[in-house]
Ligand binder design. Structure first.
Ligand SMILES: [Zn+2]
Length: 59
């Protein structure tokens, strides 16, 4: 059986990529760390989000 595929808009796709990346950053920062939010902010620069909207913001 062929693998099922879906078609979504570029905006929806980028939103999914963005949210998954945000979770990766928060996990890397450690959710139980009281300064996790600050650390995530730093990590976000070291781990740039690959989604299109963030890439455009960085330009
Ligand atoms: Zn993003």
């Amino acid at each position: 059986m062929a693998e099922e595929t879906v078609t979504i808009s570029r905006r929806e796709y980028d939103s999914l990529i963005h949210d998954a990346h945000e979770l990766s950053v928060l996990e890397a920062a450690g959710v139980d760390n009281s300064s996790a939010a600050d650390y995530a902010y730093t990590l976000r620069r070291e781990m740039p989000c690959p989604c299109r909207s963030c890439a455009e913001e960085r330009e």
